[in-house]
Design a protein around this ligand. Structure first.
Ligand code: SF4
Length: 410
């Protein structure tokens, strides 16, 4: 699938207009400012009340059920922070790597000008162990960029095995908490999520986890049990990648039909996917990338207005998930990786493709690809992925997609 070089909301807007046309709403939205269907509320453009809160695990801290994902240039979009607070979105998520530091810098600029708001915000940042595990100087640098003395929650960024939560990591987290630099500690994961959650439930020093969780994954028995185990031990849970978008963009009649059914009920299919996750009360918050006010407003409306999905709505999502499962990489990287003779981070490459195709953000896709082991690109072109394809439960055409990634991210 060809991808524009620059970040561009337009293809998604086209999708929305196409869906709207298919269900007879073309005139209603044709001249509107909608830039992405996830943003579109069929009812109201702005939230009528503050976004509700839930308690984050055993910490007892109340945070908004919608978290501002900061994977964008916040330095040049600080209006988003003002609107987020105005609408009750007090859980802000960033990382050392987002926007090459500009995400943290943008939040820091905000706190420098509005120091009185720091205590209102539940601030999360992350460091990737791929760049080494000498975290202390990098944490100091993050705090400096963020213009704060502490993080409310620190995540080890993007683990794929619970073995990465080593005794040294535990000692470091305890030392940082003692120094007052971290309040809570945990990890984020979009690979082998069930295994990571199962392991975390046995580690009493893990306070919180952010993980890929959506309507496609939440009904799988192993995922259900892993979430329950963490919930019971008091680990705070944040869902991400809740739209369940895969590396290949679905653009089928199935999707149009589903959008139409939800539109008739007063919300979009994108809002329905958020509501499905909010329907699981064990999940404290959804972290969503909201790089413009349209998306922020529509997601806030969904958080405020959510009335829960009916059994038939859920069935519709299940049906859609099943029909489009070959569009979705489920993050079970251990399966395809173990099928290969040489180690290739197939799951991570799939995520890069998702950023390019679903988020329409080739810069993000490329910068994420750059963090993968140096030999990855050469291997993508050279290797036979037949065994991995045969082992993939989603039946993804891995070989073709790895070649595509190799060319796209060259
Ligand atoms: S490519 Fe298939 S096996 Fe590999 S992580 Fe994705 S869904 Fe799982």
């Amino acid at each position: 699938m060809p991808v524009d070089e620059k970040k561009n909301d337009e293809p998604s807007r086209r999708d929305f207009l196409k869906k709207a046309a298919a269900i007879g709403l073309g005139a209603a939205v044709g001249g509107s400012a909608f830039s992405r269907p996830a943003s579109a509320s069929a009812k109201s453009a702005f939230p009528s009340a503050p976004v509700p809160s839930r308690i984050f695990g055993r910490s007892g801290i109340k945070v908004s059920t919608l978290s501002l994902g900061g994977m964008f240039d916040i330095l040049n979009n600080r209006l988003m922070l003002a609107k987020a607070l105005e609408w009750g979105i007090d859980y802000w998520d960033t990382a050392e790597s987002y926007g090459g530091g500009r995400s943290e810098e943008g939040i820091g600029r905000w706190f420098a000008r509005k120091p009185e708001t720091r205590e209102r915000v539940f601030l999360v940042s992350k460091l990737s162990p791929r760049r080494g595990t000498d975290f202390t100087p990098r944490l100091e640098a993050s705090l400096k960029r963020l213009h704060t003395d502490y993080l409310d929650l620190f995540f080890v960024h993007g683990i794929s095995s619970i073995d990465e939560m080593t005794p040294d990591m535990k000692a470091w987290s305890q030392a940082m908490k003692k120094e007052g630099k971290l309040k809570l500690f945990g990890f984020s994961t979009h690979s082998n999520m069930e295994e990571c959650l199962e392991g975390a439930a046995k580690l009493p020093w893990i306070d919180g986890i952010m993980f890929t969780y959506n309507y496609r994954l939440m009904s799988k028995p192993r995922m259900k049990a892993a979430v329950e185990a963490c919930h019971r031990t008091g680990i705070g849970l944040t869902a991400m990648k809740t739209q369940g978008g895969g590396p290949v963009k679905s653009d089928s009649q199935t999707e149009i039909d589903m959008a139409g059914r939800f539109m008739q009920k007063g919300f979009t299919d994108y809002q329905a996917k958020l509501m499905a996750v909010w329907g699981d009360k064990r999940i404290t918050s959804i972290c969503s990338q909201m790089p413009n006010l349209t998306i922020l407003a529509a997601n806030a409306v969904a958080a405020v207005d959510q009335k829960g999905l009916s059994a038939s709505d859920r069935a519709l999502l299940d049906q859609y998930a099943s029909k489009t499962c070959s569009d979705y990489c489920a993050g079970c990287g251990r399966i395809c990786t173990q099928a290969m003779v040489q180690e290739v981070p197939i799951n991570d490459v799939m995520r890069c493709l998702m950023y390019a195709h679903v988020y329409q953000d080739v810069m993000l896709a490329r910068s994420t690809f750059q963090t993968l082991p140096a030999q990855t690109k050469t291997l993508l072109d050279r290797l036979d992925f037949g065994n991995a394809e045969r082992s993939c439960p989603q039946r993804l055409p891995i070989g073709r997609m790895m070649k595509e990634a190799s060319h796209l991210f060259a």
